[in-house]
Design a protein around this ligand. Structure first.
Ligand SMILES: [Zn+2]
Length: 224
């Protein structure tokens, strides 16, 4: 009697059960909306941004008398190796949007391109406000703005409301860089809780005294 073959036999019988188990896990995963687990797994089931992560540049808002803008940040990030090539164009800037010190919103990399702003979370859209909002690193306020300006917060609110509409995000999908990494970004002077509370309020009418500088049409447009 040949007994050595039996364990192999029973292992072979397990395969259908293992395949079924795998299929159940897969369906459960897709059902959970691809919100959890490593980035590649989320991307596999999502194919759209997982949410939004807010940053600050941790720098001054001006350079050589000019507003620090997306083109300058793109040049700064060129040496960092965070770049992506998307539809034939290379983008070094790690963020999808940059909000300048005066509140102007500039596109960074297109929304369809992976972000380079938060390790392991390239499937999140990155929005960066120019300035240094850390009371530790910028205690004396020598870097301006040292807290988000009203114009920046107004633009950020309009931009995020638009993204929430287009991608079906809730306020649960909005994070700070510090929520994912050992960093203070976007600084303790960024009023995150208050900002999230604002987003939960119904959207005010479009008639505003100040024209909204963000325009959805700018998405993915080439930088000037
Ligand atoms: Zn950051």
């Amino acid at each position: 009697m040949k007994r050595s073959g039996e364990p192999r036999q029973s292992l072979q019988n397990l395969w259908p059960a293992l395949l079924l188990f795998g299929a159940i896990l897969t369906v459960a995963w897709a059902g959970a909306g691809g919100r959890f687990g490593p980035e590649w797994l989320r991307w596999l089931f999502r194919h759209r941004p997982a949410g939004i992560i807010i940053h600050h540049t941790a720098s001054d808002g001006w350079r050589n008398g000019k507003l620090l803008d997306a083109a300058m940040v793109d040049a700064d990030h060129a040496s960092k190796g965070w770049g992506v090539t998307y539809k034939g164009k290379t983008y070094h800037i790690a963020y999808h949007y940059l909000i300048l010190a005066d509140g102007k919103v500039e596109p960074g990399r297109p929304e369809g391109a992976r972000g380079g702003h938060t390790r392991g979370h390239g499937d999140y859209l990155g929005i960066c406000l120019v300035g240094n909002f850390s009371s530790r690193d910028n205690a004396d306020g020598r870097m301006k703005p040292d807290r988000p300006t009203a114009a920046q917060m107004e633009s950020l609110t309009a931009l995020i409301r638009d993204l929430m509409r287009r991608y079906d995000f809730t306020t649960e999908d909005i994070y700070r860089h510090r929520d994912f990494a050992q960093t203070g970004c976007p600084g303790d002077r960024f009023p995150f809780e208050r900002f999230i509370a604002t987003l939960r309020e119904p959207e005010p009418g479009v008639d505003s005294e100040r024209p909204v500088t963000y325009n959805g049409a700018v998405t993915g447009a080439p930088r000037p």
